[in-house]
Design a protein around this ligand. Structure first.
Ligand code: ACO
Length: 325
């Protein structure tokens, strides 16, 4: 039976010019390249320049995704931006991107699910496209995380970086066959009991300040692999697939140990995992679209491949998306 499917048409990325290596960090705080590499797999991260905004990074990634898709900005009628580091408390940073792209129709809004933001945003866009409300969406993850880091706190500041990634998603009427392109299954979860395990200690209605990232790292680590595995199983089951069918596993790039743990539980060949955490660190909502853009750009992800994404972040929030590319 024919049905609307959300098909990925193109992807794009943007990384700020400045690179901060582990060696650079070791000159600023009490840490070593060895400690960071062994615990996280991170070697370097990109840091936004002074005055470089989340909207500018998101716009750059969106432009590249549109170019890759061969689609004009005027053909986009929905923009969903996943970010925890908006330009301002309001309006939504998505409307700035919309204006920068010269789009005056359709709708644009921000979505906040921290590191799971891209998975939540893609699922949201998928539902709007499948429901026929919009035709073509830009789904963007963009973060200036360096602005909310406490650069004196070595347990958090070494983990994160800045950047943006974007995909163009289009509603297409397809046959409803298992081999059809598009988003096949999505699964989102959250559990607010864990909201104090990873949070920012400021906000408009509490302190009136922006605040800094605070994290109970070992506790996040303890939950990550189990929760991620559960949601992956649910997503694969929804689509009638098994782990061995996956061509590419594109996890949120938080920590090499977490993503290896999840892949091992799935029984996946390490060659099938897209890893960018070494070069980008954890860019929160931007990490999955940055990894997608890397793997599409170098020819690993190809049309027809089965791609599984997953993420977990503050809240806790977690989720997975299965796509026939
Ligand atoms: N350099 C050197 N030493 C450090 C650093 C650092 N940058 N940071 C902490 N340490 C020290 C601690 O002070 C502690 O010292 P002590 O034993 O003398 O007290 C020691 O290292 C061990 O600290 P732990 O926090 O127990 O280290 P752990 O092995 O758990 O590793 C880490 C910390 C990497 C944060 C780990 O807990 C982790 O990966 N957690 C997952 C969190 C994560 O990835 N969050 C990202 C956001 S959430 C998400 O995206 C899923």
């Amino acid at each position: 039976m024919s049905q609307l499917r959300s098909v990925i048409r193109g992807c794009g990325a943007y990384l700020p010019e400045r690179i901060l290596t582990n060696q650079d960090l070791a000159k600023l705080i009490d840490t070593t390249d060895q400690w960071i590499t062994e615990r996280t797999g991170i070697k370097q991260r990109h840091i936004a320049a002074e005055g470089e905004l989340t909207s500018a990074m998101g716009t750059a990634a969106a432009r590249q995704a549109l170019k890759h898709a061969g689609i004009d900005a005027q053909d986009i009628d929905l923009i969903v931006l996943a970010t925890s580091t908006p330009d301002q408390t309001f309006p939504a940073t998505a409307v700035t991107i919309q204006a920068e792209l010269g789009i005056t129709h359709g709708a644009a809004f921000d979505l906040q699910a921290v590191c799971s933001g891209f998975v939540f945003a893609l699922t949201t866009a998928d539902n709007f496209l499948k429901g026929g409300q919009f035709k073509r969406a830009l789904v963007i993850g963009a973060e200036a995380f360096s602005r909310i880091l406490d650069w004196q706190d070595r347990s958090t500041c070494v983990l994160f970086g800045d950047g943006a990634g974007a995909v163009v998603v289009e509603a297409q009427m397809l046959n409803g066959a298992a081999t059809d392109r598009g988003i096949l299954a999505t699964c989102l979860r959250s559990d607010g009991r864990y909201r104090d395990k990873l949070f920012v200690d400021g906000g408009p209605s509490s302190t009136g300040t922006v605040g800094h990232v605070r994290m109970d790292g070992p506790e996040v680590f303890r939950h990550a692999v189990t929760k991620i595995s559960e949601v992956i199983d649910a997503t694969l089951a929804q689509a009638g697939h098994k782990a061995s069918d996956i061509d590419w596993f594109v996890p949120h790039q938080a920590n090499k140990r977490i993503l290896d743990g999840a892949a091992k539980k799935l029984g996946l060949d390490p060659e099938r995992i897209i890893v960018t955490v070494d070069k980008h660190a954890n860019t929160s909502a931007a990490s999955i679209p940055l990894a997608l853009s890397t793997a599409c750009g170098d020819g690993r992800i190809k049309q027809g491949d089965l791609v599984l994404m997953e993420a977990m972040g503050g809240g806790f929030t977690w989720g997975a998306v299965l796509i026939r590319w």
